[in-house]
Design a protein around this ligand. Sequence first.
Ligand code: SF4
Length: 97
Amino acid sequence: MLNDIGMSPSEFDEAMHLPYAAEDFLTLAMLSVGIDPDDFQTLEFARDRFMSRTCIACPHRRRCHDHMEAFDFESHYRDFCPNADNFSKLLGKKCDA
Ligand code: SF4
């Protein structure tokens, strides 16, 4: 599983000490910005860009969590989210379809 997301066991161990380590922010973030996390193209893109890895090791998990709780992630994530460009590309793909 770690190979799939491009993380070494030690990187993963380190990430487990970050805030809200057990939360799947990638799925929540996708839903929040209007991306279907179960769409085949989304899953392929996320895997190719190591989006799960970026989320798991993200230094902004606390801020991310707070915006999720406030339901305003979609209007703030561009200021801090390391996956913001990937979300934009996914949203662009959706518009192309
Ligand atoms: S800020 Fe972005 S990269 Fe970081 S945990 Fe939240 S969704 Fe993932």
